[in-house]
Design a protein around this ligand. Sequence first.
Ligand code: 3HC
Length: 288
Amino acid sequence: MEIKRVAVLGAGLMGHGIAQVCAQVGKFDVTVRDIEQRFIDSGMKMIQDSIQRFVKKGAISESDAKETLARIHSTLDLKEAVQDADLVIEAITENPPLKKSVLAEVDKYAPSHAIIASNTSSISITEIGAATKRPEKVCGMHFFNPPQLMKLIEIIRGLKTADETVETIRQVSLKLGKEPVVVKKDTPGFIVNRILIPALNEAAFLVAEGVADPEDIDKACTLGLNWPMGPLKLLDYVGIDTTLFITDVMVNETGDPKFRPSNLLKQMVRANLLGRKTGRGFYDWTEK
Ligand code: 3HC
């Protein structure tokens, strides 16, 4: 199936970047939808800033930048966003009841041929698919932060996802200049988060146990493992709340205590020390 029009639900940390990549690299006509104008404004500002970075280093021209922005429309109205879409990419907050109710609505308004892909980092794709009457056209399409730069897309099959849906999303991912991998089973954390989240959690345990300072833990991983960012900086970058949410899903879904979250992560969420987005997490981001 040929995809021409994409609707992106959510203009936040991931949604804005996904919309940008779809317009800038995929050359798709994109409509971004969020629930309040201020979220759309902040998403569009992040898109403009990011596009300017590409222009500054000569990766794209001024006219490419203009054309990219012209391909991105925004709306507060869900029906308007999805009614002509061939592909809906959902990137709203990781709240299962909310996701399911939004996707049930998308199912009502989107054309019957449209594929619904979720950027969830941990919620079951089978469960998300079951909120619609087209589970065969629902799959996971998991981008990595920042979506403008990170090359990977995990495509996740739910129990009822059709082969054709996976193949269409694989083609779209290639068109976006990404490298797709197919996650054949709908398992908590998929591939990357199954490995990453326990590592980030373990770094929080090290801090809580006073084994080393956050700066030294990060230095150890950047210099000892060649990670581009240490685990605590990455925790701040991804969001402490998001990380805690994923560990909770992994514990609850698998029942395996090896995924149990560090108490420090819970306390930080209670204290609103969520990382970059609230200005403080393991590091102070207010100056940056
Ligand atoms: N848009 C456009 N360009 C951007 C950008 C953006 N949003 N963010 C950074 N850049 C560009 C900068 O302009 C700079 O370009 P230049 O090298 O040509 O000057 C380049 O990227 C490097 O940026 P910085 O110098 O600001 O910072 P870094 O060198 O630290 O790179 C990074 C930033 C690419 C984010 C790098 O630190 C990195 O790869 N970090 C790890 C990211 C990661 O692991 N992401 C996955 C998280 S897990 C996830 O998303 C899954 C979820 O489910 C939890």
